[in-house]
Design a protein around this ligand. Sequence first.
Ligand SMILES: NC(=O)c1ccc[n+]([C@@H]2O[C@H](COP(=O)([O-])OP(=O)(O)OC[C@H]3O[C@@H](n4cnc5c(N)ncnc54)[C@H](OP(=O)(O)O)[C@@H]3O)[C@@H](O)[C@H]2O)c1
Length: 336
Amino acid sequence: MAAGTAAALLAALGGILWLAARRFVGSSVQRLHQGGDSGLMRGKTVLITGANSGLGRATAAELLRLGARVIMGCRDRERAEEAAGQLRREVWPTGGPDSGPTSGGAGELVVKELDLSSLSSVRSFCQEMLQEEPRLDVLINNAGVFQCPYMKTEDGFEMQFGVNHLGHFLLTNLLLGLLKSSAPSRIVVVSSKLYKYGDINFEDLNSEQSYNKSFCYSRSKLANILFTRELARRLEGTSVTVNVLHPGIVQTNLGRHIHIPLLLRPLFNLVSWAFFKTPEEGAQTAVYLASSPEVEGVSGKYFGDCKEEELLPKAMDESVARKLWDISEVMVGILK
Ligand SMILES: NC(=O)c1ccc[n+]([C@@H]2O[C@H](COP(=O)([O-])OP(=O)(O)OC[C@H]3O[C@@H](n4cnc5c(N)ncnc54)[C@H](OP(=O)(O)O)[C@@H]3O)[C@@H](O)[C@H]2O)c1
């Protein structure tokens, strides 16, 4: 009996050590810029949607460290100002370069209100951007909703399709002129490997006939990829590039709509601590696509862990991409 208990304890200890080693030693994700490129983004303005939490927040921190002026496009001003305060303390523990008169705009952090579930909010956000910002070098379409219960946006679209695809579709289209006049400029789209389980079912884009929250998330992430590829085609010859990425599985607030029974939460937390990426690790591909000279001029590609990856044929279907673009134009009301 005593030998059995000792064996069980040893096995548990071994398991914990293995998990800890995997977490701290085995991470395959290296930070791109280890302090050596601190001026790489100086003079560049970056807009990140959903920058108050998770991947968006971590991406903002990295790009601030590289000297960018970062605009956080967030739906809740209070949450965004709180995150901005924390970011400033993290990035500049002794007071920010944006607080001094000699900063020249380097490393500045700005909060603007943007609710992607409201077309009128997207429109007024873009109006403010065009009035106040002389340039936009990088747009990072990061904000996202994951597997929420059936909900509609202010304009009557299914929430995941509405926020993850349509809100960003309108945002990007309204900011394209500014991106073009700031060229060379970049657009970075955050998708997910779960796109593989989605399809663009044109006959029920608002899921009024049936709603499956996993399918709808995957569909919205497939739409992100099709949008990227169609936009890259339309932007050929403009010096504005657009690429899409999957960040891996990352410990963020994305699972807020997923109910995990109380008793299983410690196990879930242990597993996610051991196996999921940290937000900083998950943000590396977005930071890479936004800042690295290696991807200057690269467009229409899909990346994971800072490397180009292959897509399934359904994500490369040009006729579906064009049809989705045309229908999206009608849905958001920008058809000329
Ligand atoms: N975490 C992962 O494992 C994972 C894997 C694959 C892909 N992704 C993708 O990564 C992106 C970032 O997600 P995350 O993991 O960092 O999750 P997160 O921590 O939940 O961050 C999502 C961000 O999106 C914002 N957002 C949600 N609805 C919005 C709306 N209507 N208007 C404006 N902003 C809105 C959230 O704002 P509030 O804080 O105000 O809600 C939050 O800032 C998403 O596109 C997600 O699909 C994540």
